[in-house]
Structures are given as C-alpha cells and as structure tokens.
Ligand binder design. Structure first.
Ligand code: IMP
Length: 208
C-alpha cells in the first residue's frame, strides 16, 4: 500500500532534492516536490536535534498541504556536518553557519582557517542525516545515516553541494565533491537514511 502512495519531499534545497529523488524513482516510488504543485512553503527548524527539526519540517509541511487540500506522505530530512575539533559545530546549525546566504566556498574557507593548525588525526568529522516520513494517517517512520571522514586541507571537486569540497572520505581518497552523484549516494549519510526509509516503506526492513 505504501508503495502506491505519492511522497512529497519537504525541502527547498535543490542539492538534497537532486540526491533523494532518483533513489525513490529507482525503487519505483513516486516523489514530488512542493514546486511540482506550484506551492512554496518554508517550514521551521527551531530545535537542537536533527530528529526534532526533521519532524518539525515534515509535520508543518503536512499541515500546510492539508490546508491546501492535499494529502501526501511527507518526507523531510535534517542533516549537518559535525567537526570534532570544533566541538561538533556547525552540527545541527550547518545551514545557518555564517548566515544562510553566505556562499559555501566562503564557509568552507572559514572552516579551513579555523583548522589551519589542526593535525590530520584531529580533523575528524561526520555528516549526519535524520529522515522522517509522516503519512496522512499521522503515523511516522524515522531513519538515520552517518558518514565518517575528515576535513581536507583545501577545497577539492565541484560536485555535490554545501560542505562537500572539504569533506575528505578516506576509503576513496577523495572529497565528496569529487564523487559522482551515484557514488556519493551509495555511501553518504543521506543515501543511507534514504535506503533504510525505502526499505521500511517497501516492508523489506523492520528497523532503523
Ligand atoms: P538542513 O538539513 O536543511 O538544516 O541543512 C543541512 C545543511 O548541512 C546543508 O545546508 C549543508 O550546509 C549541510 N549538509 C547536509 N548534508 C550535506 C551534504 O551531503 N553535503 C554537504 N553539505 C551538507
């Protein structure tokens, strides 16, 4: 039954949409965006945890859709970059770090400067993603993903989005921005959370 439902992705981040939509399509699930409905809505993210914010985005978007007479399963993620040498920052506030409109290459440079004297073994970092799906009957599914790496010494690559050019993934000896979309999806925090969510939706898995 869940596989026949239409899913709506609650994000205004085109980078995320580009990663999530193909994975849903590949699993035979229909995923649309607010833009596909000609609607625009910015949900809040006021919490201090990825779970709080993903749930808030999904619930507020579901309520907004209901007001417009739509009933979809709403999918929302909250994600961020935790850097150990910065005590886990920018973490849950990654999207707002240095201001929402500051270009990411400036934010990446600022992080590199903060870590200028930090040795490789202390440059550990991880991307975290929590994904929430709220169904029209109010039930909810939650999955999580994480990828461990370290902060590079410069920006490398022009793929991906956000902090990808400074996130070095040791097993591939590349930053995430140097990977193809497919390669990134196979290993990324978001890719893992989405695969788990697709598994739950298709009743292939039973836990997160
Ligand atoms: P939010 O989930 O909308 O709060 O945004 C999370 C922020 O974390 C993004 O805007 C990026 O700054 C960062 N981020 C999350 N996932 C990734 C990723 O896969 N690559 C690079 N940056 C990411």
């Amino acid at each position: 039954m869940n596989s026949e439902m239409t899913y709506l992705l609650a994000t205004n981040n085109p980078g995320k949409a580009k990663e999530i939509a193909p994975m849903f399509e590949k699993a035979g699930l229909l995923l649309i965006s607010l833009a596909d409905l000609g609607l625009k809505f910015e949900a809040g993210e006021d919490g201090d945890t990825f779970l709080h914010n993903a749930t808030q985005k999904a619930r507020e978007t579901a309520d907004f859709l209901k007001e417009h007479g739509h009933s979809y399963a709403v999918l929302a993620d909250d994600s961020g970059l935790e850097i150990d040498a910065l005590e886990g920052k920018p973490g849950v506030h990654s999207a707002l770090f240095m201001g929402r409109d500051t270009p990411y290459h400036e934010r990446c440079q600022a992080i590199l400067e903060k870590l200028a004297h930090v040795h490789d073994e202390w440059r550990l970092a991880r991307f975290i993603c929590t994904l929430v799906c709220i169904f029209p009957d109010g039930s909810q599914l939650t999955t999580k993903g994480a990828i461990e790496g370290r902060i590079a010494w410069d920006l490398f690559g022009d793929g991906g989005f956000g902090y990808d050019p400074i996130f070095y993934y040791p097993p591939y000896e590349k930053t995430l921005a140097e990977l193809s979309k497919e390669e990134k999806n196979q290993i990324s925090h978001r890719g893992q959370a989405i695969q788990k969510m697709i598994g739950l939706i298709l009743n292939e898995n039973s836990g997160t």
